[in-house]
Design a protein around this ligand. Sequence first.
Ligand SMILES: *Cc1c(COP(=O)(O)O)cnc(C)c1O
Ligand code: SF4
Length: 396
Amino acid sequence: MEKYSSADNWFDGQGLWSDVPREDWLKWGWQLRNRITSVEKLQEYIELTEDELEGCNYANNKLALSITPYFFNLMDREDPNCPVRKQIIPRAGEKSITPEEMLDPVGEDSSSPVKGIVHRYPDRVLFLVTDRCASYCRYCTRSRLVSNAQDYNFHPDFEAGLEYIERTPSIRDVLLSGGDPLLLTERKLDYLLGRLKAIPHVQFVRIGSRIPVFLPQRITPKLCDIFKKHGPIWMSIHVNHAKECTVELKEACTRLAYAGVPLGNQSVLLKDINDDVDAMKQLVHKLLMMRVRPYYLYQCDLITGSSHLRADVRKGIEIIRKLRGHTTGYGVPQFVIDAPGGGGKIPVNPEYVKEITDSEIILNNFQGKEYRYPLVAGKPINNQDWNQFSPDEVLV
Ligand SMILES: *Cc1c(COP(=O)(O)O)cnc(C)c1O
Ligand code: SF4
C-alpha cells in the first residue's frame, strides 16, 4: 500500500457481496453481469423511499437504471441523502420538467456533421462511440441517447466518423466519449485508437470515461497496454464526491498513470451532493492523491428532469473562491457553464479584478486584500544627466 492511503479513509471491500469470491469480484465481467437494473432487484438490497420508488418506476422512460455492485457499495443504505445514492438512484423529480430544460441542452445534435461526431470547436471533435455506460448518472447531459431509454437508437457510424476526421485537417484532438468508450471491447478500442493514431494531423486522443469510477476492474493491464501502445492518450474521469475515491479507483488510476495516461477529472456541481466547499475540498485532495488533476467543474446542464439536482450557480463560484489560494493550485478546477443551445464551455470565475484604471489594475487577493499592478511598463529612469559629471567632481 502506498504511503498516503492508510492516512485517510479509502473504502475497500465487497460490502453486501462479501461472500462473492475475490477473484469474481475483481472481474469486470462479473460486475457487469451482476448490475442492478430493475426496481425489484434494487429493493432486494435497499429500502427505497417513496420519492426514489416513484423515480425508479419512471426511469425506463428517461434513462435506464443500472448500478454495478462495486458502486452500489459506496452508497449509504440508511441515508437517502447520501451523495452517492443521489447520483445513481432515480427520484420523482425526474418526472417534472421546468421551462428552461431541454432534451439536448448543449445543442450537440445541431453541430453533428456525421452520426457520432460533434464538431463545435475548430481544432477538436467529440466522437461519441457508444450509448452504453456501466451505471447511469441521473443528471446525464446525454440522457436523450444514453441507455436508449428514449428510443433514440444511437449507433455511431465509425467509418464515417473516421473519414470525417481524416478529411478535416484542422482536427488535431479527438475526444472519445459516449456513453462510455471503455465499454468497447479491447479489440474494437485497439482498432479505433490505431486508426486515429494513423491520421497525421491527429496529435493525440482523449477519452472521457466514468468506468474507473463505476467499474475500476475494467482498467486491466491489457487495456493499459493498449493505451500505452497508442499514446499519447489523455483521460478525463468523472468523480463527484470523495466517497467515490476508493482503494480500487486509486489502484486503477495508478495503472493508468503508469501506462502514461495523464488523468484529469470532470465533476458536475450537484445540489446537496457536492455543492459546498468542504465536500469539494475533500474531493480535490483525494483526486490529487490519486494523481488526478481536477479539470472542469460543470454547472449541471439544463437536461429534462434535472431541476432537483441542479445547484445554484453562485455556489459554484463561491466554491472556487474558497479553493483558489486556500489549497493547492493543482486542485482547483475550472468552473464552466456549457452554454445552452450550443455556445460551448464558458468559464465562470470569482472576480479578482476590482478595477482597471488608466494606469493600473486593482486586484483583490484570495484573502480579499487589495493590490495594484501597473498596466504598462514605466519609462526608464534617466541616468543620462548624471553621466556628464565625474564621480570626483568635488571641490575638496
Ligand atoms: C467539451 C467539449 C470538447 C472539449 O473541450 P475542452 O475544453 O478542450 O476540454 C470538445 N468538443 C465538444 C463538443 C465538447 O463539448
Ligand atoms: S457516465 Fe457519463 S455518459 Fe454515462 S450516464 Fe454518467 S454522465 Fe452520462
